[in-house]
Design a protein around this ligand. Structure first.
Ligand SMILES: [Zn+2]
Length: 344
């Protein structure tokens, strides 16, 4: 079992005010700790621990309208920070401090998509992400600078990692980012295409700042997709074969300048270093000679020829009658080239 922290936005129509009120109680506890601890140091030369502070504040939660574990967490957090910053006194928490309500596991429950805390229920934006019973640890409700509230909580999850034994050939493409020999495709999502249209519009009207912003957004989105896809591929497979992209393949197409060619080499780089980081996975690069023309079923050269037939997405082998998706067939050939290169 591993743990990670998830962050879910809380709907703020009614809850923001309630949460803000409760965070004032948290501030009250914090400031009390600050005062008391400072006095103890000054008059008794005594450094109160988190546990000491907890004893002093026991039972105050109910009166303050916050969970008792919250009071405990504030006390231990206070002692921790004071130690960390090596100070006799920390900053006062006031109106300007961002709202913060920590809690322990037992201080919170989730029911029917609602977060239940200190007798209040809060609606969240992605209820399906809320952890199930016993699958979470401590956490906090916290506010960001624009007054939005979030639930941040440690959740347990089963790392799904299992060294894969599969083999896969990958055809890097112009239309789709990559086609795999098992028929899967790595594509640019709808969101991505929408952003690209927006970018073109911005460029046409000379909106430089907006264009730059969109460009960055698109790049991030693409990187993210490539990372996810390459990680999944490397995990599932023991052999990953990729075709070397000839300069000709790019130059002969209209899309040579498209953002995709940058994506292709980036994807290849990711696969390469992720495979090398895994004991179980071999990465092979092979020349992709005739990979689109050879029928992966009977090995006859019966497919569409060269870039002028790039429009042909699907074809039927004239010798064996197999129906091929152009890119998946290429990926199957690339996989075969890779296997052969390892044997010879
Ligand atoms: Zn055939």
């Amino acid at each position: 079992m591993a743990t990670k922290t998830i962050k879910i936005r809380i709907k703020d129509s009614t809850s923001a005010k309630t949460l803000k009120n409760m965070s004032r109680s948290v501030n009250f506890v914090w400031n009390y700790c600050n005062e008391t601890s400072f006095k103890a140091i000054r008059y008794n030369s005594e450094w109160l621990s988190g546990y000491d502070l907890q004893k002093l504040t026991t039972g105050s939660g109910k009166e303050l309208g916050i969970n008792s574990t919250t009071v405990q967490e504030v006390c231990s957090e206070y002692a921790l920070r004071r130690k960390q910053f090596k100070k006799r006194k920390l900053r006062w928490r006031g109106k300007k401090s961002l709202g913060w309500i920590p809690f322990k596991k037992t201080g919170i429950t989730f029911k029917c998509g609602f977060v239940k805390y200190a007798g209040h229920s809060f609606k969240v934006f992605q209820p399906d992400r809320l952890p199930g019973k016993g699958e979470y640890g401590s956490g906090e409700l916290c506010e960001d600078a624009s007054g939005r509230w979030y639930l941040c909580i440690a959740v347990e999850y089963e790392p799904e990692y299992q060294a894969g034994k599969g083999e896969v050939g990958i055809d890097l493409g112009l239309k789709d980012l990559a086609s795999l020999s098992n028929g899967e495709k790595v594509v640019n999502g709808r969101y991505y295409r929408m952003m690209e249209r927006k970018l073109k519009r911005a460029q046409r009207y000379g909106k430089k700042k907006q264009a730059r912003h969109l460009h960055r957004k698109i790049r991030n989105k693409r990187m993210d997709a490539l990372h996810k896809a390459s990680t999944a591929i490397v995990k599932k497979n023991a052999l990953v074969v990729v075709g070397k992209i000839g300069a000709k393949k790019l130059a002969k197409t209209k899309m040579a300048k498209s953002v995709n060619d940058a994506g292709m080499s980036m994807f290849k780089t990711m696969l390469k270093y992720k495979a090398s980081a895994q004991q179980h996975c071999i990465f092979v690069e092979v020349p992709e000679n005739f990979s689109t023309q050879i029928c992966s079923n009977c090995l006859a050269v019966s497919g569409p020829k060269g870039p002028k037939d790039l429009g042909v997405r699907e074809w039927v082998c004239s010798s064996c009658g197999a129906v091929h998706d152009r890119d998946v067939n290429a990926a199957l050939n690339i996989l075969r080239f890779g296997r052969e290169s390892l044997v010879s």
